[in-house]
Design a protein around this ligand. Structure first.
Ligand SMILES: C[S@@+](CC[C@H](N)C(=O)[O-])C[C@H]1O[C@@H](n2cnc3c(N)ncnc32)[C@H](O)[C@@H]1O
Length: 210
């Protein structure tokens, strides 16, 4: 099963699964890091069922939610039926379905460790930011829990913060900083009960105004 099929399969259970992995604190930290303003436009990349989108909509933003999984997007459409502030687009990390310099913010929560080429994914996210726009990525620090590859289709066992920082700088963003979220992502191996607890980071960068 590939990653797209895996997320299609778990889409109708994702909200429950997500609650067991990490808490609302993650989206609060991500959104606070960007200093969002009502009326602006954000992209939620690897949006899933809209964990981040929900917070952004509540703060008065318009959101373009992008995901590879039709089923995730369908779940999200049902959840946000009454909001016309959300657009849904199926797309892949290597070619996001947005024009250059379209959005004020790009958010990506627990998405980067699923893509084949994280450096390319970050360049794509930087591409769609308007001048002055802000990128916020929340994800896992480097770890050794191999079962997450098999059971949850993780492509990378987290990241070293210095690598993420370099990739954001290489993508042309400035004021780059990677900090801890003070929250761990937790999961339990179905096969042998091994318990994973991995610290999370919040990575930030801005596109220059000129
Ligand atoms: C762990 S889930 C996180 C979902 C959501 N951001 C959240 O915090 O609940 C990862 C999401 O990234 C999406 N994804 C994985 N690889 C992708 C890719 N190559 N292109 C677009 N989306 C991808 C998956 O379909 C899934 O919805």
């Amino acid at each position: 099963m590939n990653s797209e099929k895996y997320f299609n399969k778990v889409a109708n259970r994702w909200d429950e699964m997500r609650k067991s992995f990490f808490s609302d604190r993650v989206r609060k930290v991500a959104v606070a890091r960007a200093g969002v303003r009502a009326g602006e436009l954000a992209a939620d990349i690897g949006a899933g069922t809209g964990f981040l989108t929900e917070e952004l909509v509540q703060k008065g933003l318009n959101v373009i939610a992008v995901d590879q999984s039709e089923a995730m997007l369908e779940e999200m459409k049902n959840k946000f039926e009454k909001y016309d502030a959300v657009q849904y687009r199926k797309g892949d990390f290597s070619r996001l379905p947005l024009y250059n310099e379209t959005v004020d913010y790009v958010f990506a929560n627990m998405y980067l460790h699923h893509v084949d080429l994280p450096q390319v994914a970050i360049k794509e996210m930087a591409r769609i930011l308007k001048p002055g726009g802000k990128l916020v990525i929340t994800d896992m620090d480097e770890h050794q829990f191999e079962f997450l590859r098999k059971e949850q289709h993780d492509r990378w066992l987290g990241f070293r913060r210095q690598d993420v920082e370099s990739w954001i700088i290489e993508a042309g963003l400035k004021n780059v900083k990677v900090d801890g979220v003070e929250e761990n992502c937790c999961a339990e191996c179905v096969e042998d009960g091994e318990k994973a607890s991995v610290s999370l980071f919040v990575a930030y960068g801005e596109k220059s105004l000129v």
